[in-house]
Design a protein around this ligand. Structure first.
Ligand code: KE4
Length: 425
């Protein structure tokens, strides 16, 4: 496969952009290859600057649930652009999107639109502290909630693969209020809540962990978090940046039947444009300026082009509830192919899959928390990544990410991918 143009661009980009990328995981560091520079994408495919085309299972890390460049979304965005790109003033579309979010997730009685998942989580944490008057935040090892200072503690995603799991440049004083428990380990949560009974403002959790690969909540874990936060007067924040509109229109809170106090959203909610959101009970969200004392603002918050892309995406998903069953069926088919490979070759492969989210861990498993996930053989993963790329399949360039199936992936492409998974078996 010729990647000379990507390599040349990477060489130049590294002189102007740290690591040649605007987000670390894109550098292909943990798969030991030079990253592909993408020229365009359509449907289930992406094409790099050398003209190589791949079936894409990164889907831009989640936004691409409809596939790339969905005609209706593009048409809506193009029309919106002719009316101006940003006003810095309220628009009808922000209200429409807020209504769509509330309709899908009734727990989100009020919502603020922001420009990234990091900003959504950072703001939600501030509101939780303002509402409760407490300082501590409890997160889970291996959960990633964006790169705000206080949460870069035992984070997931690329922070799992970079040399320093807890980021440089973050003063210890910024993380002294962050408590870290173990995912799926109730005792670790109970112990911290009992130790700081009236100091925890919120517990923030990925209701399906998708930043240490995909790790599902064990039966009862989420209801336990709902109960213990109520017991101690802490808020429960579901970080649904990945699961929101991914596991269904109602996200993980609908899928698992849990009502969080606050929710953060990103990715799909913006339809691929820079937009995210945080929200929750009205009495909590009324803490936010200009109504309440918690300040949060943003020049491009609720941007008219981004809200157009988000509204178009959510309206298509609303019109096609059958998409969710289809993408889950296809994800199950891929999961089965990985398991078949493990059975036939004896390779240690453990697969977690829920809805259209899955991850093949190169370890015997079971994978149900940070330690079992990070026991995976990242060298084996890198070899798998290279094999898939050579066969025209683009998966996450890191063991600790998710594989995403979109409504644009055809059964034929799923079967081609299964064949690639089973290559040389
Ligand atoms: P952003 O700031 O990247 O929009 O969102 C941060 C975030 C918050 N919460 C969860 C559960 C997330 O998964 C993310 C971001 N996800 C990563 C992929 N694992 C984004 C990819 C990247 O960092 O380049």
């Amino acid at each position: 496969m010729n990647t000379s143009k990507s390599e040349a661009l990477f060489e130049k980009s590294r002189k102007r952009i740290p690591g040649g990328v605007n987000s670390p995981v894109r550098a292909f560091g943990s798969v030991g290859r030079s990253p592909l520079f993408i020229d365009h994408a359509r449907g289930s495919h992406i094409t790099d600057v050398d003209g190589n085309t791949f079936i894409d299972y990164v889907c831009s890390w989640g936004p691409g649930i409809l596939g790339h460049a969905h005609p209706e979304v593009i048409e809506a965005v193009q029309a919106a652009c002719t009316k101006g790109l940003t006003y810095g003033a309220p628009t009808k579309k922000e209200l429409l999107l807020a209504e769509l979010i509330h309709e899908a997730m009734p727990s989100v009685e009020k919502v603020r639109l922001v420009s990234s998942g990091t900003e959504a989580v950072m703001s939600a944490i501030r509101v939780a502290r303002g509402y409760t008057g407490r300082d501590f935040i409890l997160k889970f090892k291996g959960n990633y909630h964006g790169h705000s200072d206080g949460l870069l503690v035992k984070a997931g995603s690329a922070a799992l693969t970079t040399a320093v799991p807890d980021s440089g440049g973050v003063p210890a004083s910024y993380t002294k209020n962050t408590l870290v428990a173990l995912y799926n380990d109730r005792d670790s949560v109970r112990e911290l809540m009992e130790r700081y009974p009236d100091q925890v403002a919120a517990v923030i959790v990925e209701p399906v962990a998708a930043n240490m690969g995909v790790v599902l909540p064990e039966e009862g874990f989420l209801p336990f978090l709902r109960e213990i936060t109520r017991q101690y007067g802490a808020l429960l924040i579901f970080d649904e940046v990945i699961t929101g509109f991914r596991l269904g229109m109602g996200g993980a809170q609908e899928y698992f039947g849990i009502k969080p106090d606050m929710t953060t959203l990103g990715k799909i909610v913006g339809g691929g444009m820079p937009m995210a959101a945080y929200g929750g009970r009205a009495e909590i969200m009324d803490m936010v300026s200009p109504v309440g004392p918690v300040y949060q603002a943003g020049t491009l918050s609720g941007n008219p082009i981004a809200t157009t892309a988000g509204i178009a995406t959510l309206e298509i998903l609303k019109r096609h509830p059958e998409y969710y069953g289809e993408i889950e069926r296809k994800a199950k088919r891929l999961a089965e192919a990985f398991r078949e490979r493990g059975r036939k070759t004896g390779e240690a492969i453990w697969v977690n899959q829920v809805g259209s989210l899955l991850c093949a861990f190169f370890t015997a498993g079971p994978v149900q928390d940070y330690d079992s996930a990070t026991a995976s053989d990242t060298k084996a993963y890198a070899e798998y990544f290279g094999r898939m790329l050579e066969q025209g399949v683009y998966v996450a360039p890191s063991q600790f990410e998710a594989m995403f199936v979109s409504a644009a992936h055809t059964d034929e492409e799923i079967e081609k991918t299964c064949k690639a998974i089973l290559e040389k078996v």
